[in-house]
Design a protein around this ligand. Structure first.
Ligand SMILES: Nc1ncnc2c1ncn2[C@@H]1O[C@H](COP(=O)(O)OP(=O)(O)OP(=O)(O)O)[C@@H](O)[C@H]1O
Length: 689
């Protein structure tokens, strides 16, 4: 009931707007800027409303539609300048050649038109035909030279644009990737920056397209200027006649293009929704449920409903296009008749010579086709320029968010890493209320050469603390000290070099097993000893032995020879990668979550042996039985440090650690499932711990 009311209100609002815009293209049912509402019952049922992308580039859908042609033309020079800067950086020679060739073409067109005028004038005056032809020869020669030069310059401009395009795309892509890889992790996780990244991703392809469209715009502008200049020289009244003949065609082309564009954006949500349904129907992950729950016919029905409404929209557009084309043809016909009547009047009144009228007809034809092309290309150019503008903004923003390289050297063999009153809050998206700190005034010590465990409920800040230690984030307050050196001022490359990490969501690289291990330290000389030691520490020999091509097996499905590992096997490979890296500090976040009991024991033995060899291990785990391997345990709760001590000491003290431990141990001791509410509340993740 409520939904019907909301949809009714929305339809009324759409109708009102369409009415205000003076558009009534058969959309009694609620229109969006002349486009019938694309909201459908299927979308409401399946997605709770229209399926919109939440990405940066999607912003341009609205931005572009809001702009009038005048606004587009006003903004264009700035946007064009950023495209030209890219072109200049990519290939200054080709950029110069492109501009020069187009300018030259305009000149040849003007010269050609004037020569035509001269030829016609000479042919229509003079005594004998032979005399007239002889007198016309020099102008004919000029015409031939102008046409040949124009052809040569067109070839030069095609070559320059073709050479420039890929180079511009490569330069822009490199710029994009370089900037994206440099920024701090917090920027990558920041919604606003992510949107900018999304949007700027299209900057490179758009920059390339801009070269082609820009080339056509320049040549249309120059050709229009040449035709308009010649017409003004021939007779001042001809210029308004040119405009009158051109306007209907331009109006028709622009109206149709904008209508299609609007419709595309209103209806692309629909198409996207249909695509998603199609994908779900064939997706491997959804396949079992589709079969067991009989979801197939349900999805197919909604797919058909979405497709049928999209087809109806195409029919509506075709009808409108035909109508606009007809109106434009009528107006253009009237304007052409008026033009020829005016030319006839000028001829009869003796205000214009026949030769001038002939040249005028040619110039009007050239000028009007250039102007129509210009209007369309400017529209397209503006759309591409928006994305190139985003690439510019990304570069500025990335420069702001790239951490300084740092200058202080870290101690070779630090005795401890100390967190001093560290507070860290993840950046918000600006729209929602500010986040609460993930770490709040935390002071603790990680002695080197030991196993230090971080324990606490879900969301208590363990992973965040490990990432701060690895230098992935910088605290807003407090310091992380390696002995006495502040990590925020330390050489960032040196800091990264000291740490190896097996994160919860470590990357499953779509490469061979060998690369998946060595990518932990790609520049290390690939020696068998290092590899063998890493495989041994991770207890991964059986996995490698089981692969069809051993270390050279490709670990991704969907490609020939590709092989899929189980979750636990991947986890051991991730551990192997970290061991291969041989960092001073090894951070392991839930290293055994997907492992069977026997393998888990083996991995913890290896962690112990790594610590015995001098490495520092920062262990994050919810399996408190495994924490007995640790030399020191820090217990976090809601971003604060609540307890620290040895496992035995903490058990004896009867605090949060002891409570969590007892809760977990009781699962094994008794047949009854433990109750999370037993004892005092320990946060939402009490049972996990
Ligand atoms: N990238 C992020 N952006 C925003 N908030 C985050 C991000 N990562 C973590 N948080 C928030 O910070 C808090 C601490 O998260 P953290 O991952 O450090 O906890 P944790 O103790 O490791 O949890 P778990 O045991 O579930 O892995 C949580 O409230 C979490 O929602």
């Amino acid at each position: 009931m409520r939904r019907r009311y909301v949809r009714g209100r929305r339809a009324q609002e759409h109708s009102r707007r369409a009415h205000e815009n003076g558009e009534n293209d058969g959309c009694e049912d609620g229109c969006e800027d002349g486009v019938p509402s694309s909201d459908s019952d299927s979308e409401h049922l399946l997605f709770g409303g229209p399926l919109r992308y939440d990405t940066g580039w999607a912003r341009h859908e609205e931005a572009y539609l809001e702009l009038s042609l005048r606004a587009v033309i006003c903004r264009l020079p700035r946007l064009l300048a950023s495209g030209f800067r890219l072109a200049w950086r990519a290939d200054p020679y080709a950029a110069r050649a492109l501009v020069a060739a187009n300018a030259g073409r305009g000149l040849t067109q003007a010269v050609g038109l004037l020569a035509v005028n001269r030829v016609l004038a000479v042919l229509m005056t003079g005594a004998t035909l032979e005399d007239r032809l002889r007198s016309a020869l020099p102008s004919l020669f000029v015409m031939a030279v102008a046409v040949s030069a124009g052809a040569l310059l067109r070839a030069a401009s095609t070559y320059a644009a073709g050479r420039l395009g890929p180079r511009v795309e490569r330069a822009a892509t490199e710029l994009y990737l370089e900037r994206a890889a440099q920024v701090e992790l917090a920027a990558i996780e920041d919604d606003r920056f992510r949107r900018l990244l999304d949007s700027a991703r299209y900057g490179a392809a758009s920059a390339r397209r801009m070269m082609d469209i820009g080339n056509r715009v320049i040549s249309a502008v120059i050709s229009f200027i040449a035709a308009a200049g010649v017409l003004t020289v021939l007779h001042p009244v001809l210029l308004p006649l040119l405009a009158a003949m051109t306007l209907p065609g331009t109006w028709s082309a622009l109206t149709t293009a904008r209508r299609r564009y609007r419709s595309f954006h209103a209806w692309s949500r629909h198409t996207r929704a249909g695509g998603l349904l199609g994908h779900m129907l064939t997706d491997t992950g959804a396949a079992p449920e589709i079969r067991v729950h009989g979801v197939g016919p349900f999805l197919l029905r909604h797919f058909r409903s979405l497709s049928e409404s999209a087809e109806a929209e195409q029919t509506r557009l075709a009808r409108l296009e035909a109508r606009t084309g007809l109106i434009a043809a009528g107006l253009a016909g009237a304007a052409t008749a008026a033009t020829y009547l005016a030319l006839g009047g000028l001829l009869l009144g003796g205000a214009m010579e026949l030769s001038v009228a002939g040249t005028a007809v040619i110039a009007i034809r050239t000028g009007s086709s250039s102007l129509t092309a210009l209007a369309l290309e400017v529209n397209a150019l503006h759309e591409q320029a928006l994305f190139v503008g985003d690439l510019d903004r990304l570069c500025e923003e990335a420069a702001r968010r790239t951490p300084p390289p740092g200058t202080l050297a870290l101690p070779d063999r630090p005795e401890r890493i100390r967190f001093e009153h560290v507070t860290f809050t993840y950046p918000g998206d600006g729209a929602t209320p500010p986040r609460t700190p993930a770490l709040d005034d935390v002071t603790l010590t990680v002695p080197t050469g030991k196993i230090v465990a971080l324990v606490g409920s879900n969301g208590s800040g363990k992973t965040t603390l490990a990432k701060l230690l690895a230098g992935l984030y910088t605290p807003q307050q407090g310091r992380v000290l390696w002995d006495e050196t502040d990590a925020a001022l330390a050489d960032r490359r040196q800091l990264a070099d000291r740490v190896a990490m097996v994160a919860q969501d470590f990357t499953r690289w779509p490469f061979t097993a060998r690369v998946n291990i060595t990518i932990g330290r790609p520049e290390a000389p690939s020696g068998d000893a290092r590899m063998a030691s890493a495989i041994r520490h991770a207890g991964a020999q059986d996995i490698i032995d089981g692969l069809p091509r051993g270390l050279d097996t490709l670990l991704v499905r969907g490609f020939r020879g590709g092989h899929e590992l189980s979750g636990g096997q991947w986890q051991r490979l991730g551990f192997c990668r970290a061991a291969y890296r041989q960092g001073q500090i090894l951070v392991v976040d839930e290293p055994t979550a997907a492992l069977d009991a026997r393998t888990e024991l083996k991995v913890f033995d290896e962690i112990r042996s790594l610590a015995d060899e001098g490495s520092t291990v920062l262990l994050i785990t919810h399996r408190l039985a495994s924490v007995r391997h640790a030399d020191l345990v820090h217990v976090l709760d809601k971003g604060r440090l609540v307890e620290s001590g040895t496992p035995a000491g903490l058990l004896a003290s009867g605090g949060l650690y002891a409570e969590l431990y007892t809760l977990q141990a009781s699962q094994y001791a008794s047949g009854d499932p433990p109750r999370a509410s037993a004892g005092r509340p320990v946060g939402s993740g009490a049972v996990d711990c």
